[in-house]
Design a protein around this ligand. Structure first.
Ligand code: SPV
Ligand code: MG
Length: 271
């Protein structure tokens, strides 16, 4: 489940998800910014570090294009591994990238050779073999078709990527199902069924070859709707009575903040 803060990571863990997607799209939106490489690596890394200190789930870090060339990727991999991430996803777009789901947006990809270099650099930079390097192809997003997506995905798997994320913005899962049916590159696939929510986990298991499903932006979208509705109602009513029963209680916030433990620690140690 995508998260943009330690709080959203905690809530994803509470819901039973088994990993966190440290989403660049969600963090960009949190800053009120477009997901076009405006958020710095430091900002995203600070979020990952803060999540890792409050949530035990593995964190799959969305590092976009890797913040530059293969040398930048190496620096990023070292920093994200140290910050507590368990995996990074690097995409084959040019820096600065443009968000994937926007219709008509510029989507230009680097050459296969350049991206293989970035994958090899990422593998060289990790200190633990268990830290996953996930290569993401945007070939379908860029409208280059199934053959080019397969060509790129195979090349990335042969460069050593542990998994291959193949993204699609089609409104049905047909494009992704076709890619998965043709996939012969060995590495497990990762899918992001945001534009095509009809693709259920049950169906994904039937298709096979898919090792990870990312719910890419549901946290930030839920947040926007919830805050917008509550703020509008308070502004309209001139009081907060109308929303009180439908939002989290202050006690709920205290529980997330572990106030019981804080109070106990105060009693024990603060003199
Ligand atoms: C993100 O969540 O930042 C992603 C997924 O990369 S998407 O926004 O659909 O490209
Ligand atoms: Mg992203």
């Amino acid at each position: 489940m995508a998260a943009h803060s330690p709080l959203s990571a905690i809530l994803a863990a509470e819901a039973g998800f088994d990993a966190i997607w440290a989403s660049g799209f969600e963090l960009s939106a949190l800053y009120g910014l477009a997901d076009v490489s405006l958020i710095s690596m430091s900002d995203h890394l600070a979020m990952v570090r803060a999540m890792a200190s409050r949530c035990d789930l593995p964190i799959v870090a969305d590092i976009d294009t890797g913040f530059g060339n293969a040398v930048n990727v190496m620096h990023a991999v070292r920093e994200y591994e140290r910050a507590g991430a368990s995996a990074v996803v690097i995409e084959d777009k040019h820096f600065p990238k443009v968000t994937s789901l926007r219709d008509g947006a510029r989507q230009d990809l680097v050459s296969i050779q350049e991206f293989q270099g970035k994958i090899e650099a990422a593998i060289d930079a990790r200190s633990n073999r268990e830290f996953l390097i996930i290569a993401r192809t945007e070939a379908l997003i860029a409208g280059l078709g199934n053959d080019e997506a397969l060509r790129r995905a195979r090349a990335y798997a042969s460069a050593g990527a542990d998994m291959v994320l193949v993204h699609s913005k089609q409104k049905t899962p047909i494009e992704i199902e076709r890619f998965a049916a043709d996939w012969d590159g060995g590495a497990p696939l990762v899918v992001v069924p945001t534009a095509y929510p009809q693709l259920t986990e049950a169906r994904i298991k039937e298709i096979g070859r898919i090792g990870m499903v990312i719910y890419g932006n549901h946290g930030i979208r839920a947040t926007i709707k919830a805050m917008r509705d509550v703020f509008a109602q308070i502004a309209h009513d001139g009081h907060s009575m109308g929303v009180d029963a439908s939002i989290a209680t202050v006690e709920d916030v205290f529980a997330i903040q572990e106030m019981d433990r804080i109070n106990a620690d105060e009693r024990r140690f603060v003199r």
